[in-house]
Design a protein around this ligand. Sequence first.
Ligand code: DOR
Ligand code: ZN
Length: 346
Amino acid sequence: MRKIKIHKPDDWHLHLRDGDLLKLVLPHTVKDFGRALIMPNLVPPVITTSDAESYRREIMDALDKDIDFQPFMTLYLTEDTDPRDVEDGIAKGVVKAVKLYPAGATTNSSSGVRDFSKINETLAILSTNNVPLCVHGEVVDGHVDIFDRETEFIQRVLIPIHKDFPELKIVLEHITTQDAIDFVLNTPDNIAATITVHHLVINRNHLFKSGIRPHYFCLPIAKREVHRQSLVKAATSGNANFFLGTDSAPHTIGTKESACGCAGIFTAPVAMAILAHVFENEDALDKLEGFTSLSGAEFYGVAPNQSFLTLRKEKAPIKFPASIAENELEVSIFDPEFDLNWKVID
Ligand code: DOR
Ligand code: ZN
């Protein structure tokens, strides 16, 4: 197959940042994606419905007027979140999901949750309203090996939450392990997972190939090759409980190439080209549309996008730039280290 036409994809996990960085990265998502679930870990975070309304306005103002793109907003859950405000945000149609960051788990997560018993009232509201809880699934204890943090979180936090709120829709975000896949496979359909582009193509060796590679550092950290292979199988299986959330997370080059480099990989410009490559390799191009454009929409209760995206396989590799830049800001684009021949043509 040299050409494939699919409903326009949605990105169910995206970091757009704010200010000048937002303006720099936004065009790279809206060219291929009709909608995206926008992560709330700004500084300061998007905690209230009013914060989400202002952030949504900033995104809409940064968009070219002729672009058809819809940001879906999330709230950053804290121990002090007012459940009434969450309820209002849902009723107003502002809040599409609530994001749970364990405090200290990742970028700008210090206002996240330490004591999970403090969020029960909000979880009850989400459950009643059929609104998903999106979860960064890693424990933060220093004594737990960084490669085991997802598995430990599932056992220690996620299974108890699911037991207490069996009807609650949960999205285990950016999964990286066989354990996370098994959790989704062994729970009802109100439990789903997003899979990123980068976790489909890198394993933990990429982080240390001939030196330390900060541009492959993200959280959850990439795991062993067997886990990567399992993620590819899950993504290309056609199981609707696995869908795309790129976790495209731009940081400036200076903040990544540092003694304490930030976690996050910017994949938006190459996401669809890489996915077509991965799905073609698995002989599963017929499953690409489900993964990128149908399953997530169904989980979040929205119709697929009305518009379409066409990708074509070119004879010569597509040349993507190594970075994008504007004034002082420069962000590296994820390099999968293999040729990309699939091009979005329409
Ligand atoms: O690698 C990551 N980057 N993982 C996250 O959970 C957050 C993200 C970011 O905001 O940079
Ligand atoms: Zn993220």
